[in-house]
Design a protein around this ligand. Structure first.
Ligand SMILES: [Zn+2]
Ligand SMILES: [Zn+2]
Length: 347
């Protein structure tokens, strides 16, 4: 089958790969839609040492089950079922897995990293993913295309769990890509009074205004973010700051614009050494609360699916381009050069 692969030389190429074999303890799914994630984009631009090549790329997808191995029949999946997956698979045994935080598993393995990914026509779902509840039935009301956004949205949801956003809060989000916009939507749905996105790329800022009614845009090239936030909050600062970009200096600025007792999510990891951006005394005297966020769980994906079913979250509006495996690179290039929000692949 055709696939988008990281080869032994760690180059990304469209190549032929063997179809997954039917085994007693696997499930094989036909990919109906996959999407390019920020993580895939970073791999495209800078490589990724966490991937063991040769490896099929990609982890966001939805599809239809073609085969269920005998040993997995008891888990309620059948040929023809529509499914998606929480791609970060825990061991099911460690402290974190047993306490509902499989994304923090000590031996986390991820589709597209330690297992072959979904930029292909078929994917093998490992037994562990089925046993641990990572494979999820997809309701008929959610299209395959829309379903590819469940996982990234659920990552945003995981990040916001700690932030306790409530009515009247002022929320500032750095970065207005799709993830930034979803953060804004989730914050508004919790009753935030003001939601700002800080975005230097004009096209993205304007798109955020269009996609997320109620959001306000700060352009840090033409405005002073610290001053704007102070002015809009009576000098107090933001109750919640979400850093959904990987610009290191923003980690420091987040502590400056946060109000006393403010909650900060360092949602985007840094491509450089992460040391040296936090101000211990600011955290101490302002009683700041700073949280990390990494991946998501099947349980949070179900929360997002419910929001989609109740029309509280519309994924479709973020899909701006569709490609096939043959022109998958065009998808990456359009994200890089044209700030395309979400690219869906139809293998
Ligand atoms: Zn993703
Ligand atoms: Zn575990």
């Amino acid at each position: 089958m055709k696939a988008y692969v990281m080869n032994e030389k760690r180059e990304l190429v469209v190549a032929k790969r063997p179809e997954p074999a039917e085994k007693k303890d696997n499930i094989i799914v036909k990919i109906c839609a996959a999407s390019i994630c920020g993580t895939d984009m970073r791999t495209f631009l800078k490589g990724n040492q966490k991937i063991d090549p040769p490896r099929i790329m990609g982890h966001e997808f939805a599809g239809k089950i073609l085969y269920v191995g005998e040993k997995l029949k008891k888990y309620g999946f059948e040929k023809g079922d529509r499914v998606t997956i929480a791609p970060a698979i825990g061991c099911g045994e460690c402290y974190y897995c047993k306490n509902g935080h499989s994304n923090m598993c000590d031996s986390l393995e991820t589709i597209g990293f330690q297992y072959d990914g979904v930029f292909a026509s078929l994917v093998e779902i490992p037994a562990k993913a089925v046993r641990n509840g990572n494979l999820i039935h997809l309701p008929d009301e959610i299209s395959y295309d829309d379903a590819t956004l469940i996982e990234p949205a659920a990552c945003a949801y995981n990040g916001q769990i700690y932030l306790n956003i409530h009515e009247g809060d002022t929320v500032v989000i750095y970065g207005s890509g799709m993830i930034g916009c979803i953060h804004a939507e989730l914050a508004l749905s919790k009753g935030a009074a003001q939601v700002f996105v800080v975005e230097p790329v004009e096209k993205r800022g304007k798109i955020a205004l269009e996609k997320v009614p109620g959001v306000q845009w700060i352009n840090p090239f033409t405005q002073n973010t610290v001053e704007v936030v102070r002015e809009k909050t009576g000098g107090r600062g933001a109750d919640v700051v979400i850093v959904a970009t990987s610009v290191p200096s923003v980690h420091t600025e987040a502590q400056i614009i946060a109000a006393k007792r403010g909650r900060i999510s360092l949602f985007g990891g840094l491509p450089v050494d992460g040391k040296g951006y936090l101000d211990s005394n600011a955290i101490h005297y302002k009683e700041l609360q700073i949280f990390g966020a990494h991946a998501t769980t099947a349980a949070y994906m179900k929360v997002i699916m419910d929001m989609m079913l109740q029309h509280k979250l519309d994924a479709k509006k973020y899909i701006e381009k569709t490609v096939t495996l043959d022109n998958v690179e065009e998808g990456f290039v359009s994200i890089r050069d044209e700030n395309t929000m979400k690219v869906v692949i139809h293998p």
